[in-house]
Design a protein around this ligand. Structure first.
Ligand code: TMP
Ligand code: ASP
Length: 246
């Protein structure tokens, strides 16, 4: 599809959003920039945008097939995703199946403890305040969402977790935790937006427990792009692997 791309309407730490000739559609461009610690640690990893856009598209398609509304329309080319325009809600909705990351610094959980009931945590997407953890009363007082909307977000997120956990497990990947973001479409529906990539999830190889995500960057290890490429090669089907030359 040929789409005329206009000016940038949002620029984040790893993606830019462009307006298009259609007022209800945007093009999300995935950049190679990678940051951690509120942007304090920075780098540029060749082809990260390529792999993150392919992985996100695949997972959005898997979710759409199971009835989850997402902003995804199509991958115009690797790195460029045509999407429905959403009014984003400044919440980082984190789901945890296994204890890892910042949860271990904040609470006395055991490292790699498996949760029978997945934990859903909402953080305020606000760099100035370092994305603090919210509760419903604070979210409502900040007018981020109503109680009904918060409940709906939790319900959709549980469904997304179940779908992604099963799909990734069938491909040999353990979904430890992940962060997603939602927005409103033109009709006021709550729709999944942003990305679902190794930048925003913890993925472990089910057999070896190898880390296949941004934790490698956070911890200053090498082989980051090999890990992202491995995720793509594990979750794509034959036709997609050929199309994207992976
Ligand atoms: P955390 O354990 O550092 O709080 O991270 C939980 C999940 O959220 C993990 O899968 C990584 C993801 N995440 C983001 O996508 N963006 C962020 O800014 C942070 C801190 C975490
Ligand atoms: N995304 C955050 C940053 O860019 C932190 C992280 O993912 O660890 O600083």
């Amino acid at each position: 599809m040929s789409i005329k791309v206009g000016k940038v309407i949002y620029s984040g730490k790893a993606k830019d959003v462009y307006e298009t000739e259609h007022s209800d559609q945007v093009v999300v461009k995935f950049r190679d920039d990678i940051t951690a610690g509120d942007g304090e640690k920075k780098d540029c990893l060749h082809q990260k945008g390529y792999y993150n856009s392919i992985i996100s598209s695949k997972l959005f398609k898997v979710l759409e097939e199971k009835g989850i509304k997402t902003q995804y329309i199509e991958l115009l080319e690797p790195g460029e995703m045509l999407s429905h325009k959403l009014k984003m809600i400044p919440l980082e909705v984190i789901t945890r199946n296994i204890a890892a990351g910042s949860l271990l610094k904040k609470f006395p959980f055991k490292d790699k403890q498996v949760f029978d009931n997945p934990i859903i945590q909402m953080d305020y997407k606000n760099d100035e305040y370092h994305d603090p953890m919210l509760n419903d009363d604070i979210s409502m007082a900040l007018n981020l969402a109503t109680k009904e909307e918060l409940d709906e977000i939790r319900e959709i997120t549980h469904k997304i977790n179940a779908i992604l956990k099963d799909f990734l497990a069938s491909k040999g990947i353990k979904l430890v935790d992940f962060k997603i973001e939602f927005g409103y479409d033109n009709d006021g529906n709550i729709v999944l937006g942003d990305e679902i990539s190794p930048d925003t999830c913890r993925y472990w190889d089910i057999k070896t427990f190898d880390v296949l995500d941004k934790d490698l960057f956070r911890q200053g290890e090498c082989g980051i792009m090999d890990a992202y490429k491995k995720v793509a090669s594990m979750i794509l089907d034959e036709e997609e692997l050929q199309k994207f030359e992976i």
